[in-house]
Design a protein around this ligand. Structure first.
Ligand code: WQD
Length: 339
């Protein structure tokens, strides 16, 4: 298939592009490079020996997007573009709603005008708000307790897509709720390259290990968990990428929603210990106050994706640490400047 990856130069996008190309799909990327690097796409081309059509542009620009659809016969879209920093979304709510909603609205209009009927959407476990159970299935209620505009924008996008599918019966959507993506391609040539101080645990640990950061702040050790620190479901980004390609093959009219996670939880201190073992480096840390909005335990029940998509994770958290460390050592400053 000819697949458009919106936000395809980003962390999830670049890894998904590798799997798509290796499966024989044609890949086009639309990305504004506001939080990504064109170098990531150059490396994907080197890794796969395949070329990617790339257009730098704003997905909210309806004229640009419609022209791009007119020039290409896309068979499907994997929609990854959007702002994704939870803390930043609390400080800049209108920017997050404006960006994350207008891009989806513009994309859906262009898809309908060009009759592109297949969509895989990047949603997030954040839509579950404050989980009522440590293991979260797709039937878990959504909305209650969402603490930030980022999470609300994901849930609003899910609703926009559901309503669009009701008005356009041929639209076939798979909605993927990610848990915590981590790791990098095993080559170390592509990986996670957060701009500025990392919000997320794993890139921060990796930067401490390589000497870019002095120590890790552990946000709370008084949670109701086995060692008092936050427990999350860390899924290897290559398993996540493979989940997108499996979803693409299984789109049917209407909207199907799947969790993408491993079903196992890792605490902050366990993550530190695993990374120290893999890297051979000490990760100094200091326990600080809890981060506002953080939850104790968030773990996916992703049996449904296994049953319906024929998708399973095959990589461990230790694999993710090993691959992330290889990326970090080979690219201490990430991809460098964004152009
Ligand atoms: C993980 C654990 C922290 C940093 C967020 C988004 C989610 C998704 C992934 C986009 C928690 C602790 C963290 C640090 C720490 N993003 N921590 N020190 O918050 O589970 O999920 O990122 O889709 O939508 O909500 O991930 O990596 O920020 O935190 O102690 O410097 O690590 O308290 O327990 P989170 P995270």
């Amino acid at each position: 298939m000819r697949v458009l990856l919106t936000g395809g130069a980003g962390y999830i996008g670049s890894h998904t592009a590798v799997v798509l190309l290796e499966e024989g799909h044609d890949v086009a990327v639309l990305d504004d490079l506001s939080n990504s690097h064109v170098e990531a796409l150059n490396r994907v081309e080197q890794l796969t020996g395949k070329s990617i059509d790339f257009l730098e542009g704003d997905l909210a620009d309806a004229q640009l997007v419609q022209r791009y659809f007119d020039e290409n016969n896309f068979d499907a879209v994997i929609h990854l573009a959007g702002l994704k920093a939870v803390g930043e979304s609390v400080e800049q709510p209108t920017r997050y709603y404006q960006t994350n909603l207008s891009t989806t609205l513009t994309l859906l209009d262009a898809m309908r005008k060009s009759d592109v009927q297949r969509l895989v959407f990047s949603s997030s476990a954040t839509v579950y708000g404050d989980p009522q159970s440590p293991l979260i299935s797709e039937e878990h209620p959504v909305g209650a307790g969402i603490q930030n505009p980022y999470g609300w924008s994901k849930l609003m996008n899910e609703q926009i897509i559901r309503d669009t599918a009701r008005a356009w019966p041929e639209l076939s959507v798979v909605n993927l709720r990610y848990f915590n993506p981590v790791g990098a391609h095993s080559s170390g040539r592509i990986g996670e390259d957060p701009s500025g101080i990392p919000n997320n645990l794993m890139p921060f640990i990796s930067q401490v290990a390589v000497g870019k950061r002095l120590q890790l702040a552990v946000f709370g050790q008084d949670y109701d968990t086995r060692d008092g620190t936050g427990v999350r479901d860390y899924i290897h980004v290559m398993d996540l990428a493979e989940g997108h390609v499996a979803a693409l093959a299984k789109t049917t009219p209407g909207v199907e929603t799947y969790n993408l996670g491993t079903g196992t939880g890792t605490s902050v201190l366990e993550a530190v210990q695993t990374f120290e073992h893999v890297s051979g480096k000490q990760i100094p840390y200091e326990v600080k106050a809890r981060r506002e909005g953080d939850l104790a335990t968030v773990i996916a029940d992703s049996h449904r994706a296994g049953e319906k998509l024929g998708w399973q994770t095959s990589r461990t958290f230790e694999d993710a640490c090993r691959d992330a460390w290889k990326w970090q050592v080979q690219n201490p400053d990430g991809y460098g400047p964004s152009r």
